[in-house]
Design a protein around this ligand. Structure first.
Ligand code: PLP
Length: 419
């Protein structure tokens, strides 16, 4: 296995001289040539030159079907016409206007209409910022300090609770509980419920490996939060794409607050936090003593325009239903294929988001298996995350899906001796 991976890496290096040179160059001005940790993998990540629809071309001229979809945020695909037109129109009217514009309230209304848990909403520039603001909102409202989060949760670069995250996490009085563990949640609340300001939870661990939240676990959190008057915050930055109203609609749940981001900015930097009117009213500047939430680019015209176009024309309820059904079918057929071939992989996730995992899940062998499938897929023209994440986008159809299934089958057959 180790030798097979080394040979695949050698072919990758030989095939990608421009990406290799660009990575060396970048390391002169950025640590490890990197400004976004999740993009890094050894020996160096590719540089992409162009994207159109669900296709990418790298700087060495290779074409790929983009199954990564910008780590879930590229749901609209690369530069769809309605979003390009909206950005061009906004550009023509001037980038940012020292004032409110006529787009922000329309985007806010559209998002409130999609998520019944969001009575009122405010915009930010990233999902990280949206989650930081949601926590601040809960703390201010409750006057309490403790924040319940979960192992391997990812709520942004400054709110990451997996390996490597905690050392840069913004300091709060965290309780980091095991995900999907009802007993642990119950016993924590029995001891500390009265001190808890917020429970911040992803309805499916995203960066933590596409681990769906158990519906019973999530509704227990809602009951505990309600009973102890803590604020339940659903981080739906990824899972809001699982239906028009996010995973909360699928579960029939109404969290006190919801955070979103990614695709709702139409591909531009974006985040938003919203929820119950009484919580969000703390920011009403007409009230004496209103909480501060400033931000130069909170209503930046390009993101507002792109987000509105995405919401109205691209990330429509029908389009979401279609790619989620495609994803469910794909996960089913990949798992059937792995079982049929006796291959040491399995796929987790929900709808259009999934993660291929090696079996065993940790250790040196896991790393090699992850690398083998990643480099073999690249060589066959399929771009996924090196950690195995796949996020479907609207331009992807059955033809791309069956080409991908064929490629995976070819790989498993070709690698039978080493798997
Ligand atoms: N929350 C979740 C569930 C995410 O997956 C992410 C990003 O991947 C974030 C928050 C942070 O969003 P951003 O990268 O826009 O700060």
């Amino acid at each position: 296995l180790q030798q097979a991976v080394q040979e695949a890496v050698n072919r990758y290096v030989a095939r990608n001289p421009r990406s290799a040179a660009a990575a060396d160059d970048a390391a002169r001005a950025m640590p490890g040539g990197n400004t976004r940790s999740s993009l890094f993998h050894r020996p160096f990540p590719l540089r992409m030159a162009q994207g159109a629809g669900c296709r990418l071309r790298d700087v060495d001229g290779h074409d790929y079907i983009d199954l990564l979809g910008e780590f879930t945020s590229g749901i609209a695909g690369h530069s769809p016409e309605p979003i390009l037109t909206a950005i061009r129109d906004a550009l023509a009217d001037g980038i940012n206007l020292s004032a409110h514009n006529m787009l922000e309230a329309r985007l806010a209304a559209g998002l409130c209409a999609r998520f019944p848990s969001i009575d009122l909403i405010r915009f930010a520039n990233s999902g990280t910022e949206a989650n930081l603001m949601a926590l601040a909102t809960a703390r201010a409202f409750t006057g309490r300090h403790k924040v319940v989060v979960f192992e391997n949760a990812y709520h942004g670069g400054l709110l990451a609770f997996g390996p490597g995250g905690l050392r840069v996490a913004v300091p709060h009085d965290y309780a980091i509980l095991p995900y999907n563990d009802k007993d642990a949640a119950e016993s924590y609340f029995a001891r500390h419920g009265a001190e808890v300001a917020a429970v911040l939870v992803e309805p499916m661990l995203g960066a933590g490996g596409c681990v769906p939240g158990d519906p019973e676990f999530l509704s227990l959190l809602a009951r505990l939060a309600r009973h102890h008057e803590a604020i339940l915050i659903f981080d739906e930055v990824q899972t809001s794409r699982l239906s028009a109203g996010g995973r909360q609609a699928l579960l029939g749940m109404t969290p006190d607050m919801t955070t979103i981001g990614k695709y709702f900015g139409g591909g531009l930097a974006f985040g938003a936090f919203g929820g119950r009117a009484d919580l969000m009213a703390q920011y009403d500047p007409r009230q004496a003593g209103a909480l501060m939430h400033a931000g130069t680019f909170n209503n930046n015209t390009l993101a507002m325009a792109a987000g509105l176009a995405a919401l109205e024309h691209v990330v429509t309820p029908d389009a979401l239903d279609r790619i989620n059904a495609l994803g469910d079918a794909m996960r089913g057929s990949l798992n059937a294929l792995f079982a049929e071939q006796g291959a040491p992989f399995h796929v987790t996730g929900l709808g259009s988001i999934m993660n291929i995992h090696p079996v065993p899940a940790t250790g040196a062998e896991a790393g090699l298996l992850r690398d083998l499938i990643f480099f073999d897929l690249l060589e066959r023209g399929f771009f996924i995350a090196s950690r195995g994440l796949i996020a479907l986008s609207v331009p992807i159809g059955p033809a791309e899906m069956s080409a991908f299934a064929d490629a995976v089958r070819d790989i498993l057959i070709a690698r039978r001796g080493v798997l």
